[in-house]
Design a protein around this ligand. Sequence first.
Ligand SMILES: C[S@@+](CC[C@H](N)C(=O)[O-])C[C@H]1O[C@@H](n2cnc3c(N)ncnc32)[C@H](O)[C@@H]1O
Length: 194
Amino acid sequence: MKLRESGMPDEAYWETLFNVDLILDRLGIDGRLRDVVELGCGYGTFSLPVARRVTGSLRTFDIEPGMAERTRQRAAVAGIVNLQGVVRDVFAAGFGLRDASHDACLLFNLLHGEDPVRVLTEAARVVRPGGMIHVIHWRHDPTTPRGPALAIRPRPDQIRLWAETTGLLATSEATLDLPPWHYGVRLLRRPNPA
Ligand SMILES: C[S@@+](CC[C@H](N)C(=O)[O-])C[C@H]1O[C@@H](n2cnc3c(N)ncnc32)[C@H](O)[C@@H]1O
């Protein structure tokens, strides 16, 4: 199932809405990370820069074949070989990856969808204890130029509550300011409960 309000405007406009390097720097996405997984590549706005930064591979998934194809095509043109763009309904079928197999999972502009606890639980499953789930989302502010309806747009504390509900994630890190329009929340993967 395609998550609600997860359609995209055109690529050139979408990519004016982020300072990608600032966002990745503030989240700490860099060469300390090996393998990373992303839900919803879209145009690859973040996928390509993340693949360039990590030492392993970026596996990125999208339900829309055109989005996965666009991301793969951009990676090929850029000579990026450590990015796999996969067509998959992750909400329905999960990532199809082994437990604890990745250092980090990216959930960017997505947690306004249906059943965010389910999405966070699946993300936590594939991240190793000590790894991170990185969430970014639109500020809860009616002046943002895009973003889902405010009624379903989560605030940082809502994301922390959902994360606590999984029983797998620690939520003590401060909210990150990701100007001009976003915020970030980093969720630490705890060891599995005994
Ligand atoms: C709002 S866009 C964000 C794209 C990217 N994360 C970014 O921030 O540039 C959400 C993306 O998630 C994809 N998506 C929606 N539901 C999905 C699902 N069930 N499984 C995989 N991808 C999904 C959409 O097709 C879309 O490309």
